[in-house]
Design a protein around this ligand. Structure first.
Ligand code: SF4
Ligand code: SF4
Length: 461
């Protein structure tokens, strides 16, 4: 038997599961496909206000606590390649891709200035640019920069002819001689799959003017603008001239609980920024419970009513901004109104490579592309592969609160597969001092709770 749980995905759900495992005395091995932890909420994890008043540049305690927790091992740039064995005794094989930049990196940025390869920064929703050697954002874990070897001019195996970055790096942190991949084999009792989700394709919005005017943005792009570590410092300024908008229309094509939550949350944040005219247009009929639920959510979270209709035209050459014409289902007439900005709410989709992960883990994939859960006890975290559990958006879109509830349920079930004798349970409030977890656990737990509290109560999906 073993005291370890493998967690696939280092977003809020995966990290919450890791924290729960560590607090229960188990070892959590967290693997993350990307180069840093945090997933979609990596920026929020570094957002000073989300975790208490922190001066700019001060180390973020949540990330520090994660790094210092002996019960949590994090491997970034990593993919699950093989699973063998039975519940309680699973052998897993993990492949870690080279970072080419070591922990000696001091984040001095010298390499950034000389790298000739310019690419959109995925962590800024493509609103800013990065180089082939880069750091996705201001504070990251791990702290070392990373080389995107797919786009680097130095190609394996000779790594010629560029080397501009390694020539300027005074800390000798760049090493093209690292093996392209490294294998890790681990013995775990259970696996929690929490790879998160992918933002839907923005090209679906061409018919609504996306790509034809800089002030027609997606909800993912707006979200990045609304985050304080983002390119505008947290203000929803217009990409065309960086001026503050006076009117914003949020358009929702495919209303689901998840996308409605995003729209209501963003409408709330825009109103909080004193934008006078914030409107929501839902491209659907306001019928049934979906209509009632949408109206209730928008009213409760943002204090506004939804408009329901069919988008007919977006005139980007109009004198007073972006002129939107739509058929208003409730008023039963054509409506035309001008806005300074239009936000198109992108749908969510299964995480990249979710099908590969399902195949490796031996878990069924549904027709919708998400992992299938067996709903034996209503918690929706069990799969048809004993010992392997799912949490968060891997089984379908859901909000942070529900993702966290699943992380807790999946962790409880995963821990039940481990050898109880090897666990030291976290008995907060228990008078038994011997069974208390190490201080790092408490620190991290407190920071994660603060982060989640901020995210759930000031919705910022
Ligand atoms: S890799 Fe080297 S040059 Fe680039 S930020 Fe790190 S220490 Fe600076
Ligand atoms: S070797 Fe690659 S990462 Fe380094 S400067 Fe050249 S292109 Fe950029």
């Amino acid at each position: 038997m073993t005291d370890s749980v493998l967690i696939v995905g280092a977003g809020v759900t995966g990290l919450h599961a890791a924290q729960e495992c560590a607090a229960a005395g188990a070892k959590a091995i967290v693997i993350e496909q990307g180069p840093i932890v945090g997933g979609r909420l990596a920026a929020a994890m570094t957002k000073a206000t989300a975790i208490g008043d922190r001066a700019e540049g001060e180390k973020v305690p949540l990330l520090e606590a994660l790094a210092n927790n002996d019960n949590i091992e994090i491997i970034t740039n990593a993919t699950l390649k093989k699973v063998d064995g039975r519940p309680g005794a699973l052998e897993v094989s993990i492949v870690e891709r080279a970072r080419f930049v070591t922990d000696a990196c001091t984040r001095c940025k010298l390499c950034h200035g000389v790298c000739p390869v310019v690419l959109p920064n995925e962590y800024d929703a493509g609103l800013t640019f990065r180089k082939a050697i880069y750091t996705p954002m201001l504070h990251t874990m791990p702290e070392a920069w990373v080389i995107d070897i797919e786009n680097c001019l130095n190609t394996p195996p000779n790594y010629l002819p560029c080397n501009r970055c390694s020539e300027v790096c005074e800390d000798d942190a760049i090493h093209f001689d690292q093996a392209l991949t490294k294998s890790h084999n681990r013995h775990v009792g259970a696996i929690i799959l929490a790879p998160g989700f992918r933002v839907g394709d923005a090209t679906d919005f061409k018919e609504f003017g996306y790509g034809s005017h800089p002030d027609i943005v997606t909800s993912a792009e707006l979200q990045r603008l609304l985050e304080s570590p983002g390119p505008t410092g947290g203000y929803a300024s217009k990409p065309s001239d960086e001026e503050y908008p006076e009117s914003v229309l949020l358009v929702l094509d495919n209303p689901s609980p998840f996308t409605l939550y995003i729209v209501a949350s963003q409408a709330h944040q825009l109103i909080e920024q004193d934008i006078e005219d914030v409107a929501v247009l839902i491209l659907s009929q306001p019928t049934g419970t979906a209509g009632t639920d949408a109206a209730k959510l928008l009213s409760e979270m943002a204090g506004i009513q939804a408009n329901w209709g069919t988008m007919l035209q977006v005139d980007t050459a109009a004198e007073n901004g972006l002129a939107v014409s739509y058929e208003d289902f409730q008023a039963g007439k054509l409506t035309r109104h001008s806005y300074d900005m239009i936000v198109l709410c992108t749908d969510v989709a299964p995480a990249d490579n979710l099908a590969d992960l399902a195949e490796t883990a031996g878990v069924k994939l549904g027709k919708d592309g998400y992992l299938t859960v067996t709903d034996a006890d209503g918690e929706k975290v069990c799969t048809d592969h004993p010992g392997i559990f799912v949490a968060g958006c891997a089984s379908g879109p859901k909000n942070i609160k529900n993702s966290i509830a699943e992380a807790r349920a999946a962790t409880r079930k995963a821990i039940s597969q481990l050898a109880p004798v090897s666990l030291v349970s976290d008995t907060a409030g228990d008078s038994s001092a011997e069974s208390a977890p190490p201080p790092a656990n408490e620190d991290m737990r407190a920071q994660i709770e603060k982060l989640l509290h901020a995210l759930i109560n000031q919705p910022n999906v």
